[in-house]
Design a binder for this molecule. Structure first.
Ligand code: ASP
Length: 306
């Protein structure tokens, strides 16, 4: 038995916000990332590779707010965050506020595997990337007119925007969770953060336990939504704790955290999760979430709306 689930962000995503052509493009992009991760698992590969490969696929697609498609910060820059965690070893790696790195998730994995640290930020993370010949891209690679106009609109409105939470936008943070044939779980998340975010702002994505968590005893979780709330609610770890300390099922834990706890503090968003038996949950309290999953018997789905 193996399973993979991915997300491409949550927010105000309704049928009226995107054209049928756009919907098709998103579905294809999700399918492509899903197939990439699924193939790793089908070949007997580790969950860690599957989540990294799936997230890389989404990072290289400008449709999503991660890697190439990252939103602009208030400083007119791309400041990306990413993390990855292995449920078998409980090792984790993360990077925050980095620029020009083609695949932030792979840098996060390098931090996990080639350093003594869990989280590297900014210049230090970029220098670490250089040391290990991680591919970098010029600013142009990350530039899209669409994102630039979004920034200008946000600045005019004097707002900081969660990627999907306004009309005519439809892109978001990306993530993947997987259970491999050896019974190991892994999770990874990558984002450009919020449009017009303050220089130096870091969300939940690179915070282990908030935006990402994996533990073979319980589950693997990757979150998307307004990061500040996910940090305060320690969402990903909370789901794992509810399972281990209170014996809740994955579904019970996810429902409580996303629809009850997170909502009660005003947190909007969702998550993807898989448990050690291969059960998948994709709960969200926003109007939509780009999401997809597939398991070994071949069950699965690609969905966008609520
Ligand atoms: N969670 C991300 C952040 O706050 C944003 C997102 O999920 O779209 O940086």
């Amino acid at each position: 038995m193996f399973t993979i689930a991915i997300h491409g962000g949550s927010g105000t995503i309704t049928r009226s916000d995107i054209t049928p052509e756009q919907e098709k493009t998103y579905r294809q992009a999700l399918e492509q990332a899903l197939v990439t991760g699924h193939a790793v698992l089908a070949n007997g590969g580790p969950a860690l590779d599957a989540v990294e490969q799936a997230v890389r696929s989404l990072e290289e697609n400008e449709l999503f707010n991660a890697g190439k498609g990252s939103v602009f910060s208030a400083a007119g820059k791309h400041e990306m965050d990413a993390s990855i965690m292995c449920g078998h070893t409980l090792k984790a790696g993360a990077v925050a506020g980095i620029s020009n790195i083609r695949n932030p998730v792979s840098l996060a994995r390098l931090v996990m595997e080639q350093s003594e640290n869990v989280l590297l930020m900014g210049r230090g993370a970029e220098e670490f990337a250089q040391l290990h010949n991680i591919p970098v891209e010029p600013d142009d690679y990350f530039y899209t007119d669409f994102r630039y106009h979004q920034l200008k609109e946000a600045q005019q409105a004097n707002k900081v925007w969660l990627d999907h939470s306004r009309t005519n936008t439809g892109k978001g943070t990306v993530g993947a969770v997987a259970l491999d044939q050896a019974g190991n779980l892994a999770a990874a998340t990558s984002t450009g953060g919020l449009t017009n975010k303050m220089y130096g702002r870091v969300g939940d994505t690179p915070i282990i336990g908030a935006g990402t968590y994996a533990n073979n005893q319980t589950c693997a979780v990757s979150c998307t939504g307004y990061g500040e709330f996910f940090i305060r609610a320690v969402v990903a770890y909370d789901i794992s704790c509810l399972m281990s300390y209170k014996g809740l099922s994955l579904k019970e834990a996810c429902d409580y955290v996303v629809r009850d706890k997170l909502k009660s503090i005003g947190g909007e968003g969702g998550l993807i999760a898989v448990d050690r038996a291969g059960n998948v949950e994709l709960p969200f309290n926003s109007e939509g979430m780009y999401r997809a999953w597939r398991n070994q018997p071949g069950a699965g789905d690609v969905a966008i709306f609520g």
